[in-house]
Ligand binder design. Sequence first.
Ligand code: ADP
Length: 461
Amino acid sequence: MRSLFTKPLISYMIGILLFIFITGAIQSKLTNHVIILIAIKGIEFIILTVIILHIYDRYMKPIKKASEAVDKLVQGNYRTRVHDPAQGMMADLSYKINMLARNLSELSIQEDIKAKQLLTVIHNSESGLVLIDEKGYIHLVNRKFLHMFGKTKSDYIGHLYYEVIDNERIHHTVQETFLYEKNVKDYFTRKSSMNERHIEVVGAPIFNERNMLNGAVLVLYDITELKKLEIMRKDFVANVSHELKTPITSISGFAETLLEGNLDEEQTKQFLHIIFEESKRVEVIVSDLLTLSKLERENPYVSFTHIDVSLILHDISPIIEHQAKQKGIAFTIDLQSEDLSLQADEEMLKQILLNLLTNAVNYTPSEGEVNLEIGAEKEYIRFKITDTGIGIDKEDIPRLFERFYRVDQARSRNTGGTGLGLAIVKHIVEVHNGKVTVDSELNKGSTFTVYLPKEHEKEEP
Ligand code: ADP
């Protein structure tokens, strides 16, 4: 900067001094000529004014503009530019200030983008986030947190966490995080009038560059769905144990009595028959459980083949006819077209029809009717099983397809049901990309309708 100005300024100064010296010398020689002296003074004044104006215009004005631009840059206004069309060395300075402003502007845009990206991630996170400084003041809460705990951002930011967050477990987590300076995990449930949510809270300390505690970040996960799955798993294990316990107890009890002897041939036969029936029941439950576990795999094995529906009926109808005849029920089949075919897993399709038709027979009193109607509907084949049986209460319908769900426990067991039949149907229908609907009225009867796509759409590898 110095070299920029010193040389021309020195030449201006020398010029002015030389001018003053020359005019001074001329004045001393012309002391008697007043008019000439006044004229010289006038010329001197004009020339000096012109020189000063020139210096101001050439150096002071651009410096002032450059200084104003630098001031604006310091204040963070990176869009400012030096617009003076300065020449020479001042042009160089203006160009450099403008370059600096452009670079700073570029940097600040990038910073802005990064900050916005970070905020987008924070606000769209599926977990609640709270940032607390070392004094306990809240600096940030994200959308998920507000969704979990209600109120607005301004109700939290700038306030002490224990004054605005009404949860003892969270207070405790923050205190422990500050105390031990390490991650702390806790759980709590949050009840509202609508529901109950299970929440896991993790407190993580934040350190500054000197490794001093600077605050803490709280991460809150909604683990309600996980809890539900855990409860379902526990219920399932309890249900399986319960289902197996009854026949196994009965088998071991009767076997023990047989071992003790002292039974006549008739009783021995009766006991052996019971053991046989109960072991069959265990076999059916275990086989249904295995079928279910295979269907619930991530990629269950399904062998899609071209199936002629009438051929399937050849295998199934004798079984159902036999069951229906034993109960005095009329079983009818109604094929809406002669040419009904689809791509499906043959064994699975048979299982769907057997489960639904067996249920229809089981839950229909004697003299009742069971009908199987098969037809085509758009891109689906429709299997409609109708009975004139006991029907199902509207309240029970949504839970029918759950594992081990029975409307009437005793009736289901008496008919040899495992409570897994409809769960299996639902899974098979799902792996075929089909759907199943239920329509029922108590004491009038039920209709289960299964839609399976005619064509199997191969998934892209
Ligand atoms: P289950 O082996 O007990 O029959 P399912 O899963 O096949 O088990 O059926 C679940 C429950 O749904 C049954 O226990 C029964 O209460 C009810 N249900 C199923 N089909 C019918 C039907 N056609 N009529 C009346 N109730 C039915």
